[in-house]
Write a protein that binds this ligand. Structure first.
Ligand code: FES
Length: 290
């Protein structure tokens, strides 16, 4: 089959070569290129990209605002996932102490800005999100079989989109972040006793919020297409690698609902930050379960 643009930008010539018995049948047909937004689809194809645009835009605006605040990101033993791990900062969660003394005065400082590029890069280069935001943000195409506002397919073989291939490196970072976030959940089970000041085990609503976030982020990360390939997708014979086969099946299980994990974890990570922030500001009270 060959596809050629022989009659100008709006007509595509499609040549099909069918093998029938010993002979070849050649057939030429023409496809009319649709204009932007034109389609024969009767369904509300625009709805999904519109929702993706709204939700992703809202998330980016909120996450950027929250990352620049540099305040109200802890409450008791809780640490906002946008700020974890806290490399440098003023809270007790900081790994290496306060802001470095040599930090330039003209450069805004927030512990989130030191780390947020890695999880953001992981989402930005995710195979699922790429498909979603290519449609929603620059209509490439707006949806399947819907006309797009350009005549050439550029693919991801040149700059800047060729950089999407660094997804594997972001995956390694995301796996490390999961360990820190799981550790934060453990820390979120120990509350200072008002009388003695000793840390006592307990579960509060914030503990559940942070734990749910880690579960959803794990479901998203462990279903990553790249991780699935690294675990066993590259193998020709699974029968020779039974452990890898089990792990591969496990990753495949998460991968089947990768889109659902992606959206649920996006909402949960923003809500976990909001929860800690609201409690720290005294707007919400942290409900004690036991
Ligand atoms: Fe979505 Fe890797 S493909 S996280």
């Amino acid at each position: 089959m060959t596809l050629a643009n022989r009659k100008g930008p709006s007509i595509l010539r499609l040549s099909l070569n069918y093998g029938i018995g010993k002979g070849i049948v050649d057939m030429d047909t023409s496809l009319t290129r649709s204009g932007f937004g034109q389609t024969a689809r009767p369904d509300a194809w625009w709805l999904q990209p519109a929702v993706v645009f709204l939700v992703l835009s809202s998330f980016v605006v909120y996450a950027t605002w929250a990352a620049f605040q540099g305040t109200h990101y802890t409450f008791g033993p809780y640490l906002s996932p946008f700020y974890s791990p806290e490399l440098f900062g003023d809270s007790p969660h900081s790994l290496f102490g306060p802001k470095p003394s040599g930090w330039p005065t003209w450069l805004p400082f927030s512990p989130a800005l030191l780390i947020l590029g890695l999880p953001a890069g992981f989402r930005l280069t995710c195979y699922y999100y790429r498909g979603a935001y290519y449609k929603a943000f620059w209509a490439d195409p707006p949806s399947c079989t819907v006309g797009e506002p350009r005549k050439r397919y550029r693919g991801e073989r040149s700059l800047p989109l060729v950089l999407q291939n660094v997804h594997r490196l972001f995956l390694y970072a995301a796996l490390v972040f999961l360990v820190f976030l799981a550790h934060d959940v453990w820390g979120a089970m120990w509350f200072a006793d008002p009388g003695t000041g000793q840390a006592k085990f307990g579960i509060r609503l914030g503990t559940i919020v942070l734990a749910t976030n880690v579960v959803l982020l794990s479901g998203y990360t462990l279903g990553c297409h790249t991780l699935r390939h690294l675990i066993g997708g590259f193998l020709d014979q699974f029968s020779k690698a039974p452990v890898r086969r089990r792990l591969y099946n496990c990753a495949s299980c998460f991968n089947r609902r990768h889109m659902v994990w992606a959206w649920c974890s996006l909402v949960s990570v923003a809500f976990a930050d909001l929860y800690v922030r609201m409690c720290s500001m005294g707007v919400w009270s942290d409900w004690r379960i036991f």
